[in-house]
Design a protein around this ligand. Structure first.
Ligand code: NOJ
Length: 753
């Protein structure tokens, strides 16, 4: 890459300031932030020229006011920008819009430091992929990486340098609406997906104009909000924090994630944005993170109602000293840091460090070489919704769907069946793309289930459609029409679920049933005696006991994105054999929550087979088991697991554990299976979960085909936070399980000596 400040930034003062730094011949991001001497010289020299106010300016992030997700505290960002008091803007999502603001930064500020543009690009930008939880259900890391790559291609063409993704919060409470944004309940799966997403967004060279900075959020333990109520309190042991909630953040960091975002919650009495333990002790000192930390939206300000800061000034002091580098939307750093330095409550060095981290990312993106490199409107037009991206989105949607039930092989449907297509989501082109769908089109671009089926069949002559009811509300007046068309059909396909706005931020629910009168609609259709195929769209695990009783087949489609209807048609008619597996446990009822597969055994584990076994850890009214366990998902074919073997029975601490198992496709369709390996450390200096996912492999098997799958476990896979909090494996007995879901497994044992 050529360095060409002088050509593209015709400002004399800028040229004078930067001319000493323009003779670099290497790409800015060829070297990492810590080992890039040219970058260090450049940033050192820039920092020397910056006033304290200008350094503070780098730590300020304001929204452009387009997609406001919370209270806007200050909208005078243009004047701040001209004064060099604004380092980054979010919620601008067009090349032209971003260029206009960049021009001000470059041409009208004293130092001409480029702005950074951020946006919530969560599951696609224009071409919308399934919601993140749905993508996680694919267990297909290559495809998940590809989805993030496509999002980065499209977003970067719209002038976006930085996405506030991936969300890597482990979530075990489906009442929490933000379950939809993450990768589910599991530490290992969540960590692998975190890495895949970071790779996809950032690519291997941040200086390319189609790569964007990723952001691991929300640090930390946000998914553990009490009672699943968003923004609520989190109180947990350090062991639980380090074992369950931190690993996906560490995985993102190991993959080179550029930024971290703090969370809204307090953790053990200290709000995340003022939490030195999280931000400095762990993130910087222990993990050696060298990117920058941004807060979530006004979360420094929120330390006042949390009861942690007595006023804004103190909140600013606590946040910057804890390790926050950039203040999102709160304006607290802007208004208070200078005074805090003058009063010796914050060192100028700390502010210089924060500014340095932010400037380094701008440098690594190549913005000092060419601040306009992301703003090519022709590229923007050419890039959005390219056919190859739409194909990828369709493929991802197909892979994300989970077949929960398929009695009497009602699926796949044969093409000549008369179909009654019923439900508020059957012809929908808006909810189908899901929440946090950035610039995804809600007005006709997305393919509805009706359109998908019609296109698949080449005609709609065998499809009779009616809505039946709304997603919410209690209007049953269209039931009679639904019953009428059901009676005329061979099979009823019902497309039901949540509205897209029922999951996501601030969307907690205490009732996880399919909302409104949709359940009553199923009951009415059931009376016709016609087979029912239920297609669900939802952003979280729902309680589906009733639906599971009455429907013949259930396909969990999540919110499948722009190509959702086409993908659903492929699955329903058997052009794609479903292969998704649940990344989150589906409870029987809300009273079981939190429910997840890797629980502890307790001193009184309940054995449902033993009658009259009272005084055990159980409920009186429902079994302990969920409706659908973690890792569960059916296929149109069947798989047999056999010959689970470990290379030895005993291992010393230097040896790897080699596991083999044979999988055979015993059904009549080719299909993909996700082979899952779990372990249990039977006893330890602290108790261990009954199962922990350690490996998985997704693979295709033709009918009748057998494949031997090999897994290698290392000592690290057996390690945990022991009683003295050191992370290590302990000698003793282990169980090892391999199977098709967390509940249905073959079992063997080995010993670590
Ligand atoms: C608040 C959300 O919690 C966060 O996930 C998001 O990135 C920011 N708003 C910016 O929109």
């Amino acid at each position: 890459m050529k360095t060409n400040h002088l050509i593209i930034i015709p400002i004399v003062v800028f040229a004078l300031i930067f001319s000493s730094c323009t003779n670099s011949s290497k790409s800015q991001s060829e070297l990492s932030a810590t080992s890039n001497p040219e970058m260090n010289i450049f940033i050192d020299s820039l920092l020397q020229k910056m006033t304290l106010e200008e350094k503070i300016g780098q730590t300020v992030l304001f929204t452009a006011g387009a997609d406001i997700t919370g209270p806007t505290l200050d909208e005078n960002y243009v004047s701040y920008l001209k004064e060099g008091m604004l380092g980054a803007i979010f919620n601008i999502h067009s090349a032209k819009g971003a260029r206009d603001f960049q021009k001000i930064a470059i041409e009208e500020t004293r130092l001409g430091i480029p702005l950074l543009f951020g946006y919530d690009v969560i599951h696609g930008h224009k071409t919308i992929f399934p919601i993140s939880l749905g993508e996680a259900a694919s267990w297909d890391l290559k495809m998940i990486e590809r989805s993030a790559r496509v999002a980065a291609e499209e977003a970067s063409a719209s002038g976006i340098h930085w996405t506030f993704a991936p969300m890597v919060d482990i979530a075990r409470d489906p009442r929490w609406g933000r379950v939809s944004e993450g990768a589910g309940e599991d530490v290992y799966l969540g960590s692998q997906i975190a890495k895949a997403r970071v790779r996809g967004f950032q690519g291997d060279d941040l200086s390319k104009n189609n790569t964007i900075l990723a952001c691991a959020k929300h640090y930390a333990a946000y998914g553990a909000a009490e009672a699943g109520r968003d923004y609520n309190t989190v109180d947990m042991s350090e062991r639980a924090l380090r074992s369950t909630y931190l690993p996906p953040f560490k995985a993102a960091l190991d993959e080179g994630v550029a930024t971290f975002m703090t969370s809204f919650n307090e953790l053990n009495g200290v709000p995340a944005s003022g939490n030195k333990f999280l931000l400095s002790d762990i993130l910087r000192d222990e993990w050696k993170f060298d990117g920058f930390v941004v807060t979530d939206y006004t979360s420094i300000n929120e330390m006042i109602p949390h009861g942690f800061s007595k006023n804004e000034k103190q909140a600013g002091e606590q946040a910057i000293n804890a390790g926050v580098d950039m203040d999102m939307q709160g304006g607290i750093f802007l208004r208070n840091l200078k005074n805090l330095v003058e009063e010796n409550k914050v060192s100028e060095k700390r502010i210089t460090t924060a500014a340095r981290k932010i400037l380094e990312m701008k440098y690594r993106l190549g913005l000092f070489d060419d601040p306009y490199k992301y703003f090519d409107e022709q590229r923007e037009k050419d890039t959005h919704c390219k056919q190859e991206y739409l194909d990828d989105a369709k493929d991802m949607a197909r892979k994300s769907m989970v077949l929960l039930k398929n009695e009497h092989e009602v699926l796949p449907l044969s093409k000549n069946k008369k179909i009654a297509l019923i439900g508020p989501l059957a012809k929908d082109e808006s909810h189908i793309i899901g929440s946090w769908s950035a610039q995804g089109d809600r007005s006709g671009k997305a393919i509805s289930v009706f359109e998908g089926m019609e296109a698949f069949l080449g005609t709609s002559k065998n499809i009779k459609y009616t809505k039946g009811c709304e997603i919410e509300g209690n209007d049953t007046s269209n039931f009679s029409e639904a019953i009428r068309i059901a009676k005329q059909s061979d099979v009823v396909v019902m497309v039901l679920g949540e509205s897209e706005g029922m999951s996501g931020e601030a969307r907690s629910r205490t009732n996880l049933d399919v909302p409104g009168v949709q359940k009553e609609l199923i009951a009415a259709i059931k009376k016709t005696g016609k087979p029912i195929v239920l297609v669900l769209m939802n952003g979280r695990p729902l309680t589906l006991e009733y639906e599971n009783k009455v429907a013949d087949a259930i396909l969990e489609a999540w919110f499948p994105g722009t190509m959702g209807g086409a993908a659903i048609a492929d699955v329903l008619f058997g052009a794609y054999n479903p292969s998704g597996k649940l990344p989150s446990t589906f409870p029987r009822n809300v009273g079981q929550i939190p429910i997840y597969y890797n629980y502890k055994n307790t001193g009184r584990p309940w054995d449902p087979e033993k009658k009259g076994d009272n005084y055990k850890s159980r409920y009186l009214d429902v079994p302990n088991s969920p409706l659908f366990p973690f890792g569960y998902g059916l296929s149109y074919t069947s798989f047999n697991y056999s010959d689970l073997k470990i290379n030895k029975n005993e291992f010393n601490f230097n040896e790897n554990i080699e596991v083999s198992v044979t999988i055979t496709n015993t059904g009549k369709y080719n299909g993909e299976e996700v082979v899952q390996l779990y372990i249990q450390d039977v006893f330890g200096s602290v108790t261990r979960p009954v199962k922990e996912l350690k490996r998985f492999k997704k693979m295709m098997l033709k009918t009748g085909e057998s494949k031997k799958v090999l897994f290698t476990l290392t000592l690290n896979d057996l390690a945990f936070y022991t009683q003295d909090m050191s992370f290590k494996a302990e000698a003793g007995e282990f169980k090892l399980f391999v199977g098709t879901n967390s509940d249905d497994v073959l079992e063997t044992r080995f010993e670590l000596k």
